[in-house]
Design a protein around this ligand. Structure first.
Ligand SMILES: Nc1ncnc2c1ncn2[C@@H]1O[C@H](COP(=O)(O)OP(=O)(O)OP(=O)(O)O)[C@@H](O)[C@H]1O
Length: 288
């Protein structure tokens, strides 16, 4: 008997225009619970726009377009239902995920907001259980030792991991990471991707991660969705993403993608901690 995996996210025929720009053009996709999927595409292809729509931050055009989060309609026909995404979808951006002047632990505790009475959150009154949970989440992402530090003192990779810890506390079921490793050096990038892969695998959290570095997509995600000019032009196994294939798919725009040095010799192993050195578009940024 075939096992049916529940659908975490469903996007149907979503379109968005900004003036003359078609940022999204009839986008449809489905993600299963616990899947980790890469979203690739040249600059301006629509990745961030799609992510903002899934997160319930923007609404699609006109009477077409539908987004469902764990079976609840988040938007349809140009109307938004913010409750569908609230608490269930978390987004991690490339930067600015944390409040720099607050401790790392407090930043992670913020994940409880929405679950506890507003007055308690406003006053920063978290109980022992909530603090233990936040500390455990920091341990889970490999940085328990930084709990008391100001968030502004963390390295870029530690900041990303703290942001992931906050989504664990939030108990989000869908985690969308918008270029979480673009600004990181290869070893920090691998650690962030390892953490994303672990929570996807162990907690059945659905992870959609936008990347420019195709090698990471192949390494960590069985499935890749590729966008071009606001449309999905490929949705399938990451192992098929050879340089030739991508060059054909993107034409001149393939220069925007950071292609691997060579085609893979075998199937990507999403569980493997990557040993390959990669070309990141931006090399290590100074830590904050
Ligand atoms: N708020 C906005 N107003 C006007 N145009 C926008 C807006 N947001 C996005 N666009 C345009 O929509 C297109 C898609 O942009 P988007 O940021 O989604 O691309 P992207 O694939 O995330 O690019 P990058 O990899 O550079 O982040 C681009 O042409 C962009 O200029």
């Amino acid at each position: 008997m075939t096992e049916i995996t529940p659908i975490a996210l469903s996007v149907t025929n979503l379109s968005k225009r900004y003036g003359e720009t078609r940022a999204l053009n009839g986008v449809s996709l489905m993600l299963e619970q616990g899947e980790m999927v890469a979203l690739i595409g040249a600059s301006g292809s629509g990745k961030s726009t799609l992510i903002r729509h899934i997160a319930g931050l923007e609404i699609g055009d006109g009477d077409s377009g539908r987004v469902e989060i764990l079976g609840a309609v988040s938007q349809a026909g140009g109307r938004m239902n913010r409750e569908a995404a609230r608490g269930r979808v978390a987004v991690i951006f490339q930067q600015f995920n944390l409040v720099g002047r607050l401790s790392v632990l407090t930043n992670v505790l913020i994940g409880h907001l929405g679950r506890i009475p507003r007055w308690r959150g406003t006053l920063g009154l978290f109980n022992r259980h909530e603090k233990d949970k936040a500390q455990a989440a920091l341990a889970r992402v490999g940085i328990p030792q930084v709990a008391a530090q100001r968030a502004s003192t963390l390295s870029g990779g530690q900041q990303q991991r703290a942001a992931i810890a906050r989504t664990l506390v939030q108990e989000a079921r869908i985690l969308i990471a918008d270029e979480p490793i673009s600004a990181l050096d290869p070893s920090a990038a691998r650690r962030v991707m390892d953490v994303l892969a672990a929570i996807s695998r162990e907690d059945a959290i659905t992870v959609l991660v936008s990347l420019h570095q195709v090698e990471y997509a192949r390494r960590y995600c069985r499935r890749t969705i590729a966008m071009r000019d606001g449309a999905i032009v490929y949705d399938g196994p990451s192992t098929a993403l050879s340089n030739d294939f991508l060059a054909e798919l993107y034409g001149a725009a393939s220069e925007e993608l950071v292609l691997p040095d060579a085609a893979p010799s075998g199937p990507a192993d999403p569980m493997a901690p990557s040993g390959v050195e990669l070309h990141t578009r931006q090399t290590a940024l100074a830590t904050v």
